[in-house]
Write a protein that binds this ligand. Structure first.
Ligand SMILES: *Cc1c(COP(=O)(O)O)cnc(C)c1O
Length: 397
């Protein structure tokens, strides 16, 4: 039976057709079992070069034990937002550990890296008299945070310090200014020039927010992040990390001065209006911080693997762009070819996702690879062999 309202959602057919014609239709591949360096994906055993499981912590026995123990002592959920009664002793303990890890006075945990970025941009840049200044390649969560902020926004070309200084000079007299940058840029794996950014910020009276999602657990001493790596941690006022990548669970946090954390605790909307993490997740994250301190060899292996893989790709003749971290793009510069490359590699037992326009600029289409500390040399050499084989087959090298 048809009714008058049956056609109301027909617009979705046209939208979906449009997405398909642009190669933007998404159907996620499905992982069976845990996020391992060699995983079963869509029923096929593949070398997994696509997860952010940098330190191979998602299946670590200590993290799993911590999650199970927390379920026994604290139950499975909090059934409340943090300011009501969704803050358990476990949350407080994790925040204490994170603050110490970051060398900050205090830290505050949010549901994800995405929400903590949105919360900080929105809460700290809350008036049209303020100015949020952002690198053009910052993560989507910063772009959305900037949209929700009431402040004016200015975007500078990627890592262009002359352009950043011009914006700072032109906006002298603005009530508050915050420069926001990713620490590690998620598509190219390059680093923000933090020493220059903090210098310009200080010179012009702005403060700095660094989103270290891809640097947490990867860069700096024991994975403390890019401000630690560049020795400018005490000059970054708003230090963001994620618990969803190297840490192996899910969540985000901000570390900084006690008054910053007190302020966000009172006003940040995702903190106030969305429920808190279940205790198992919080206990997992706490155990992960311990493991990062106790097993620094994981970070050493991650970097050794990244170097081996990057050198292998370059040796084959691939362009790995400006990468300075374990995120290694393999530039193809054509979206259809990138997708074909990814699909053929998958058939050969290697999973490397194609990332195409509009996620990256036109002509910047690539496969993005991320090795983990858990890959063996054999896994990496197998993958390199397949990159060579398929790359030659498609005329890319
Ligand atoms: C992944 C990522 C985020 C989002 O973190 P989640 O914890 O997954 O929400 C934020 N910023 C950057 C730069 C990222 O790469």
């Amino acid at each position: 039976m048809t009714t008058q309202t049956d056609g109301l959602m027909d617009f979705l057919d046209a939208e979906l057709a449009q997405l398909k014609s642009e190669g933007r239709f998404v159907r996620p591949r499905v992982l069976a079992g845990h996020q391992a360096p060699v995983s079963i994906i869509d029923g096929k055993k593949v070398v997994n070069l696509t997860s952010n499981n940098y330190l191979d912590l998602t299946g670590h026995p200590k993290l799993k034990a911590a999650a199970k123990a927390a379920i026994d002592t604290h139950g499975v959920g909090t059934a409340a937002v943090r300011p009501i009664i969704g803050t358990q002793d476990l949350h407080v303990e994790l925040e204490r550990k994170l603050a110490q890890f970051k060398g900050a006075e205090a830290a505050l945990v949010f549901q994800s890296g995405f929400t903590v970025n949105v919360a900080c941009c929105q809460s700290l840049m809350s008036d049209p008299k303020d100015l949020l200044i952002s690198d053009e390649l910052n993560h989507a969560s910063i772009i959305d945070g900037a949209r929700l902020a009431k402040a004016a926004r200015k975007v500078y070309p990627h890592k262009d310090m002359k352009a950043l200084e011009a914006i700072l000079r032109d906006s002298a007299g603005t009530r508050r200014r915050m420069i926001v940058t990713d620490g590690v840029f998620s598509m190219d794996g390059d680093l923000a020039p933090l020493p220059e950014i903090v210098h310009l910020a200080e010179k012009h009276g702005a403060f700095v927010m660094v989103d270290d999602a891809h640097a947490s657990g990867v860069m700096g001493e024991n994975g403390r992040g890019t401000p630690n790596h560049f020795k400018v941690a005490d000059r970054v006022q708003v230090s963001i990390g994620t618990l969803s990548k190297a840490v192996g669970a899910v969540g985000g946090y901000v570390a900084g001065q006690r008054r910053l954390i007190d302020y966000l605790t009172s006003v940040a909307r995702p903190f106030t209006f969305s429920s808190s993490h279940p205790p198992s997740v919080i206990a997992t994250c706490s155990a992960a911080i311990d493991v990062m301190l106790e097993e620094p060899e994981r970070i050493a292996r991650l970097w050794a693997n990244a170097a081996r893989f990057k050198e292998g790709l370059r040796g084959l003749g691939f362009d790995t762009g400006a990468s300075q971290t374990p995120i290694t793009p393999v530039l193809v510069r054509d979206s259809r070819k990138a997708q074909e490359f990814s699909a053929r590699l998958f058939e050969e037992g290697v999973f490397a996702l194609a990332i195409c326009f509009p996620i990256v600029a036109r002509g910047q289409d690539r496969l993005r690879t991320i090795v983990s500390s858990g890959h063996s040399e054999r896994d990496l050499d197998f993958a390199l062999g397949k990159f060579g084989k398929v790359g030659r087959e498609l005329g890319l090298i």
